[in-house]
Design a protein around this ligand. Sequence first.
Ligand SMILES: CC(C)(COP(=O)(O)OP(=O)(O)OC[C@H]1O[C@@H](n2cnc3c(N)ncnc32)[C@H](O)[C@@H]1OP(=O)(O)O)[C@@H](O)C(=O)NCCC(=O)NCCS
Length: 170
Amino acid sequence: MKHQYEFDFGRICLKPLEKEDIEPLRLLRNQEREYFATQHEISKENQEAWYKSYLKKEDDIMFKIVKKDNLQEFIGAIALYDIDWKNKTSECGRTVVDKDKAPEKGIGMEATKAVCLFGFEVLKLEKIVGEVLKSNERIIKVDQRAGFYIVGEQGDMYNIEMTRDSICLN
Ligand SMILES: CC(C)(COP(=O)(O)OP(=O)(O)OC[C@H]1O[C@@H](n2cnc3c(N)ncnc32)[C@H](O)[C@@H]1OP(=O)(O)O)[C@@H](O)C(=O)NCCC(=O)NCCS
């Protein structure tokens, strides 16, 4: 959805994903596509169509990740989507960090903590869920450090969850 939310945590800041970010996001996402459940290559046209429909959705909040010491540079993205406003739940995902631009450790973890804290504090969510490939050791480590725990599995995916009480902020 079109939004104006911003959220700071640690070394990073989450800002609304703008039109100018969708090409660097597409390139990064294509480069890292083996780590996502949907692994096809995304074309420029697909990306533009996706962004147009994203802006119209009322249950999808996509952020770009920037570093506080360089607010202009896109270094990655993360989202809360399928937000169920009535039941106060959401999915968290689409996490991706450009390790060439942000080689320091823990940037993806700070973005994960930031988006979940935003979900609990600003959106007043009660539970955040996600799905990760069992083979994706990095995101499993990052998500567990942020406070997600594995609640189930389906084929090659784990189902994960976080509540206000399980978020890990230090
Ligand atoms: C997952 C991701 C966001 C993590 O970013 P980050 O927090 O900046 O990652 P870090 O560099 O701090 O690495 C996290 C941990 O994974 C480890 N790691 C790094 N590369 C690894 C690899 N190839 N295999 C296993 N573990 C790896 C790191 O050593 C670190 O653990 P440590 O702190 O115990 O040493 C980033 O790697 C990424 O964008 N990956 C591709 C996209 C993706 O997988 N998205 C999730 C889709 S559900």
